[in-house]
Write a protein that binds this ligand. Structure first.
Ligand code: AHR
Length: 505
């Protein structure tokens, strides 16, 4: 028997819309060919674009109300020198993208182009798509990051503000989110936690506030279950009069196999499906246990957990450049996304932002492009179904679920999260990871009554079903009809391998 209780009494925590954020790196075809055709006259001639940015991609991301975009990396961020990406395009230096395929980076997409992209992604009638810039700590300097902030945010007369004006931008952009390094324990400089934390303090001090809004500074946090890293960084930056950070990042990828053989994105067994789900569920333990350590130094939970890289990571598609991390995206990815969002929603007291890796053509993408063609992946549709939770009030859920068993380990078949929006509508999102069996469940509402239940469902016949340029609508959401409500109870039937979002009114 599966049972879910939703409690609407004494609720006051909001699910930040930034949980539905994105990450886009100078990696493979994410920026170049994904967003940007400005450096490719042949492509620009056939892809409608605005100042070099693809219109089709912008429209698709606006539809899911993209709340923020992290850039320029990733590992790339710690080799990126922002001054290479400003000024006349033909004068910008070229560099080698050593991390990702050793290809030439022509720097045609730099600070102005990125901030133009964020502006284009912002719906004038709604909240903006906020830029989240990750600074270079690994091979950069304190001065370089300090000047980047000044260039973007200072409105008065100063060397960097004057340079910005010379490059055609009068007003400051007032970028709020700044990352101080990326994976500084690895590709961002192979630092110890102690060394990084001391450096973080220097970088953070000189990243100045130039008016409203104040900077939101995000320290490089742990990889996976490196709890020592979290403790050390928190201890050195927070508490005892120190108040140097707003967020601590966490990176965790769902990889079903070994690092050298992660498994195919589209051809996999039922066992691999379940291993993927088990590893996606692991995010809950990470958020909870890192949060417990953060609580020791920050009991009021002012410092937030920023899961700024998450997603599935499989082997690249056959024939693709191994350094480009291009993978297809199936119903399995959609379920993994639903599990992650339910976890983030349920831990909204601590998780303020999360960024899927990566938006286009890299890892768990929401969009794939090929020349002038574009396709939306099953993961895109999960973002679309869950957008009802943006900035809504979290309703705590209690889930009692049957297990799905794989060998000697069992994982819950059903996960859930719920919220109430500004108009009083209740939204409940559910996943059933069981690849074979539907799940019937009873939904109890405490402190709520509802007259109707409607919903959307994402499922498909086979676990590996996906959308291609030839068949772009194979996996798309449909209407959910498996719910009956009366008073404060609903009976639901979730088909196998499905993601559902209900609306109760
Ligand atoms: O998303 C791909 C890479 O994964 C990022 O560049 C890095 O931060 C992480 O290891």
């Amino acid at each position: 028997m599966n049972r879910i209780v939703i409690n609407a009494k004494n609720v006051d925590v909001r699910i930040s819309r930034h949980i539905y954020g994105h990450f886009s790196e100078h990696l493979g075809r994410c920026i170049y060919g994904g967003y940007w055709v400005g450096n490719d006259p042949e492509l620009a001639a056939v892809v409608p674009n605005t100042r070099g940015i693809r219109n089709d991609v912008v429209e698709a991301l606006k539809k899911i109300k993209i709340p923020n975009l992290r850039w320029p990396g990733g590992c790339f961020a710690d080799e990126y020198h922002w001054k290479d990406g400003i000024g006349p395009v033909q004068e910008r230096p070229r560099m080698i993208n050593t991390h990702w395929g050793g290809v030439i980076e022509d720097n045609s997409f730099g600070t102005h182009e990125f901030l133009d992209l964020c502006a284009q992604l912002s719906d004038p009638a709604g909240p903006p798509c906020e830029p989240y810039i990750c600074g270079n700590v690994g091979s950069g300097t304190v001065q370089e990051l300090s000047q980047w902030v000044e260039y973007c945010n200072f409105g008065g007369i100063s060397p960097m503000a004057d340079l910005r004006r010379k490059n055609g931008r009068a007003e400051p952009w007032n970028v709020r989110f700044w990352g101080i390094g990326n994976e500084s324990w690895g590709c961002g400089g192979m630092m110890t936690a102690e060394f990084y934390a001391d450096n973080y303090r220097r970088y953070a001090v000189y990243a100045r506030n130039y008016g409203a809004p104040p900077l939101y500074k995000i320290a490089c946090g742990p990889s996976n279950d490196d709890y020592k890293w979290t403790r050390t960084v928190m201890e050195k930056t927070c508490g005892d009069g120190k108040n140097l950070l707003d967020g601590l990042s966490l990176h965790y990828y769902t990889i079903p196999g070994e690092w050298a053989h992660k498994g195919s994105a589209v051809k996999f067994t039922e066992d691999e499906w379940l291993i993927t789900m088990r590893k996606a569920y692991h995010m809950e333990e990470l958020v909870r246990r890192h949060g417990v350590i953060m609580d020791e130094y920050d009991p009021l939970r002012k410092v937030k957990l920023i899961v700024d890289e998450w997603g599935t990571w499989f082997d690249v598609e056959p024939g693709a450049n191994p350094g480009f991390l291009y993978q297809q995206n199936t119903l399995r990815d959609a379920l993994a996304a639903g599990i992650h969002f339910n976890i983030f929603n349920n831990y909204a007291e601590r998780v303020y932002m999360a960024n899927i890796a990566q938006t286009i053509n890299v890892l768990q993408s929401v969009i794939l492009t090929e020349g002038k063609r574009m396709v939306l992946t099953p993961t895109y549709h999960v973002f679309d179904m869950y957008k009802v939770h943006h900035d809504a009030v979290k309703l705590p859920v209690h889930v009692e679920s049957e297990d799905c068993t794989l060998g000697s380990s069992s994982i819950p078949a059903v996960s859930a999260s719920a919220s109430r929006d500004g108009e009083g509508r209740i939204h409940v999102s559910l996943t059933n990871i069981d690849p074979r069996n539907e799940k019937t469940l009873s939904l109890e509402l405490w402190g709520l009554q509802a007259q109707s239940v409607t919903g959307r469902i994402l499922t498909s016949e086979a676990m590996g079903d996906h959308n291609t340029f030839e068949q772009p609508e194979r996996v798309t959401p449909g209407t959910f009809t498996g719910g009956v409500i009366s008073g404060n109870r609903a009976a639901l039937t979730l088909p196998p391998k499905s993601v559902v979002t209900l609306e109760l009114t």
